[in-house]
Design a binder for this molecule. Structure first.
Ligand SMILES: C[S@@+](CC[C@H](N)C(=O)[O-])C[C@H]1O[C@@H](n2cnc3c(N)ncnc32)[C@H](O)[C@@H]1O
Length: 312
């Protein structure tokens, strides 16, 4: 059995290819999936990941992990997928095969530049889909906006200010407070931007309750896992290239939880029966129906360049 690279009281991180792990997960077990994949734009992740493969390879790979992510969303659960608008329009039909569209959230992005004869790109898409009717939809509110210089409220709300909810205004599908932290003291991975915490945080708060299960297949700097820890959600993560930053981040931000044995049965999430069938079909040359197998096994050499520190 492959050891997790790192565990907390609430979560488990695999230093592994996400597809390998995804294929082994049972169907319909996660309350929320949040994915911020590489965009194949030649970005230097400074961890050895090649973000510049052929378009065909990239498209096929995306279709595969997106379908696996959709599969593991439980009934009423949510899938949030962060992407450039160009990718989002390609991903949407794949999501729609299994899930129901809820929102295209425009996440404001600064510091870009227009290419060729195009408009200045100022947002990313956060696609929000659910497996049928959402089982949880928490309405989030934002504080009423004030001027950062004088502290006064910016809008007068057409004279209805007094009737407004004192807890603030409803979150809309345009998020403008989301630019990544540029200052290096806020960065988990040197020279690489991770999402601002509030992006996965909002996704989690909208779609889950405490102790619900969150999956993020592309760990990066670990913002989703930190958000899950912060709000008492359980999580499962994967990062193929360098998981140490995530471990260090969680040790720093959630020292009481970091390194502990998960307080939920994460092993029970594994044992995808279709996968077992496929393996047996390969071995026996015919389709067989099997009972559940207690845990997954890994087909590769099980080497772990990061040196796992999780529980056995
Ligand atoms: C855009 S980053 C995620 C950033 C993250 N959301 C954050 O805020 O820090 C994508 C990450 O996916 C990782 N990655 C690429 N291919 C992977 C794969 N097949 N399995 C797991 N992780 C992968 C890359 O190494 C990179 O760290």
């Amino acid at each position: 059995m492959k050891k997790p690279f790192f565990t907390t009281a609430n979560g488990v991180l695999y230093a592994e290819d996400c597809l390998k792990v995804l294929r082994q997960l049972r169907t319909g077990v996660f309350d929320c999936v949040f994915a911020d994949p590489p965009f194949n734009i030649g970005k230097d992740y400074k961890n050895g990941y090649n973000d510049n493969v052929s378009q065909t390879d990239y498209t096929e790979w995306c279709a595969e992990w997106i379908r696996e992510c959709c599969r593991v969303v439980r009934e009423g659960g949510a899938f949030f997928l962060y992407a450039t608008p160009e990718l989002a329009v390609q991903f949407a039909p794949i999501l729609s095969e299994q899930l129901v569209f809820r929102h295209w959230i425009a996440v404001s992005m600064k510091g870009t530049f227009p290419r060729g004869n195009k408009l200045y790109p100022a947002h990313y898409a956060l696609l929000y889909y659910t497996n049928g009717t959402p089982k949880t939809f928490n309405r989030l509110r934002l504080p009423i906006e004030t001027c950062r210089h004088c502290g006064k409220e910016i809008r007068d709300y057409g004279g209805h200010r007094k009737k407004m909810n004192p807890e603030g205004v409803n979150l809309t599908d345009i998020w403008t407070d989301t630019s990544p932290n540029r200052h290096k003291k806020f960065k988990v991975r040197p020279g690489v931007n991770e999402l601002k915490l509030l992006i996965p945080e909002r996704a989690i708060l909208i779609s889950t309750e405490p102790e619900d299960l969150v999956l993020d297949p592309f760990g990066g700097g670990g913002s989703t896992y930190q958000a899950a820890e912060k709000h008492g959600r359980r999580w499962v993560g994967m990062e193929l290239h360098d998981s140490k930053h995530i471990r260090n981040r969680l040790r720093e931000t959630h020292s009481l939880s970091a390194g502990l044995t998960p307080q939920f049965d994460y092993e029970a999430l594994f044992g995808n029966e279709d996968q077992q069938d496929a393996v047996l079909r390969g071995l026996k040359g015919k389709s067989l129906s099997v009972g559940t197998i207690s845990h997954f096994s890994w087909t590769s050499g099980d080497s772990d360049p990061n040196g796992s520190e999780g529980i056995e």
